[in-house]
Design a protein around this ligand. Structure first.
Ligand code: C5P
Length: 271
């Protein structure tokens, strides 16, 4: 029997970087949210273990199809190496979860019935964003981003969302290393949309210094009608906008597609 699931695109509605740690990570306060769309995962637990990658961004990952791939490591960490097909529809090195979301989907599919705390511990061992991606609902993350706290997320669910990536891959490590070390203050508490609106992404400036086209993506998103919030996600280069209506989102997607047909876009909604 084939198990199928989705590695939902991850968005950081806000991401405050508070300080560098001695282990190479940074202390964060972030609001995670997830799109309804993402990479497709299909697992045949009875076939010989192996990874097949296809989809629009599959070629970009072709060199990483070995056992080191995070989805294979997720299956092995559960003691269930398996035959996995990964259909990559999200750009890689893009600040929207990518490998973390895919690994989390594998943990959900192959870890069904496991104790939730055990699953989250395995997830944290695979990467800082993987626990939030296992949840794949809006959640607050502290510490490395892996200390999760539930938030009242009902108001976010269904909000129209547009993701735009200028097709420039950006690795997470160098963006964090370009952060200026200035603590600009804590993320607030309370209604998540209000907290997000009052918040920031402290990685925007360092990402822009490495990848200036992000400034054009943000400017174009912010110029559209009906935008509630436009911001970079994670360490970039993908930027997102939340819209007042699906019509406003679709109009913005059309305008941006016309202006920059070379950029990647995904019209979706928050889960
Ligand atoms: O945990 P993961 O492998 O996804 O993290 C990738 C890189 O992102 C880390 O090696 C680190 O450079 C950076 N990072 C960080 N602080 C965090 C999360 C990630 O510095 N809280």
């Amino acid at each position: 029997m084939t198990l199928t699931g989705t590695g939902y695109a991850k968005i950081n509605l806000a991401l405050h970087v508070r300080r560098r740690r001695d282990d190479g990570y940074h202390e964060l306060e972030t609001l995670f949210a997830f799109a309804r769309d993402g990479d497709a995962i299909a697992i045949d637990p009875d076939a010989p273990p192996g990874l097949t990658i296809d989809g629009p961004f599959g070629d970009a990952l072709a060199g990483e199809a070995g056992d080191d791939n995070l989805v294979m490591r997720a299956a092995k960490a559960l003691g269930r190496p398996a035959a996995i097909r990964l259909t990559k529809t999200l750009p890689i090195a893009a600040g929207i979860g990518g490998g973390s979301a895919d690994a989390a989907a594998v943990l959900r599919l192959l870890g069904e019935g496991r104790d939730a705390a055990e699953l989250l511990a395995i997830a944290a061992g695979l990467g800082a964003d993987v626990p939030a991606c296992v949840a794949s609902v809006a959640v607050r993350g502290d510490g490395r981003g892996d200390e999760l706290r539930a938030i009242p997320a009902e108001g976010l669910s269904g909000m129209p969302l547009l993701l735009v990536n200028p097709r420039v891959p950006l690795s997470t490590g160098p963006v964090f290393r370009a952060w200026d070390g200035v603590d600009r203050g804590a993320l607030g508490d309370g209604d998540p949309l209000a907290v997000a609106l009052a918040g920031r992404n402290d990685l925007e400036a360092p990402a822009l210094s490495l990848c200036p086209v992000i400034g054009e993506v943000l400017a174009l998103l912010r110029a559209q009608d009906g935008v509630t919030l436009a911001r970079m996600s994670g360490s970039g280069a993908t930027c997102f906008a939340l819209f007042e209506s699906e019509a406003a989102r679709d109009a913005a997607a059309a305008v941006i597609g016309e202006a920059r047909p070379d950029w990647w876009r995904l019209a979706s909604a928050l889960r």
